[in-house]
Design a binder for this molecule. Structure first.
Ligand code: ADP
Ligand code: ADP
Length: 223
């Protein structure tokens, strides 16, 4: 089964008002296990909206979201939240790490919230930091790390609870080209080593070319 499937997703903001906008108009996509897929779209095309709907943070006006073949559309809010926490990791343009905690703690905390004990949580956090090449930054707070190190920490945090789907909204959008490259390489390493599937919105065509596939979001549909 596909890790993620979107079928006929429609989304309208400000319905009925003069400011109404139809952002998604029957968007379909599917993501197989272990696949890294780029989503390219101009600003305002609806990337964030699509990622929020795929990530169960927002609901569509029509269409279905399936995770691992299971239809999420009909679930209660509580079950959708549970599914999101168990199966999906998010990365954004800005890292949103907790400033008062170290890199390691930032990756441990979501696991504790999920009922994992501290020992195993710390072990996984170290393994993730190692995979992205910043094990030596484990005890640093975000403010003591470079932008690329912060973003790699955010990637690790997104994968703390071992989701099978990563949704990334311009994860390198705030970084210089060289740092983008490092963060992207770390992301691809996580994908390849963990069997993760990733849907990555980016403006960077060079990075997109290094993924398995590129989708374009245009006129509210995925091409
Ligand atoms: P992108 O991520 O591709 O830049 P978004 O999904 O953020 O696009 O937004 C797509 C369009 O929908 C934009 O015109 C944006 O202004 C509008 N939009 C996004 N979120 C909302 C919202 N909560 N309420 C009203 N309009 C919104
Ligand atoms: P990004 O730059 O990461 O795509 P945005 O600035 O588009 O983020 O959106 C940030 C948040 O604000 C999102 O949750 C989005 O739904 C909301 N948003 C975006 N555009 C509008 C809008 N025109 N009206 C209300 N909310 C919006």
């Amino acid at each position: 089964d596909d890790v993620l499937r979107l079928e006929g997703i429609e989304k309208v903001y400000n319905k009925g008002a003069v400011s109404q906008v139809r952002v998604l108009r029957g968007a379909d996509l599917s993501l197989a296990r272990g696949e890294a897929v780029a989503m390219i779209a101009p600003s305002g095309a609806g990337k964030s909206t699509l990622l929020h709907i795929a990530g169960l943070l927002d609901t569509a006006d029509a269409g279905r979201v399936l995770l691992g073949g299971q239809d999420m559309t009909a679930l209660s809010d509580r079950r959708r939240t549970a599914a999101r926490r168990a199966r999906i990791g998010f990365v954004y343009q800005f890292h949103h790490l907790l400033p008062e905690f170290t890199a390691l703690e930032n990756i441990i905390l979501p696991q504790l919230a999920d009922g994992v004990r501290r020992g195993p949580a710390a072990k996984r956090a170290r393994m993730l930091l190692e995979t992205v090449g910043i094990a030596h930054r484990a005890d640093h707070r975000p403010s003591a790390m470079s932008g690329g190190e912060q973003q790699r920490t955010a990637l690790c945090r997104a994968l703390a609870n071992a989701p099978d789907l990563l949704l990334a909204d311009e994860p390198t959008g705030n970084l210089d080209p060289e740092t983008s490259d490092t963060v992207f390489a770390a992301l691809m390493r996580l994908v390849r080593e963990t069997g993760l599937s990733a849907l990555i919105a980016t403006h960077n065509l060079e990075l997109a070319a290094r993924m398995d596939r590129t989708l374009r979001l245009s006129q509210g549909r995925v091409e």
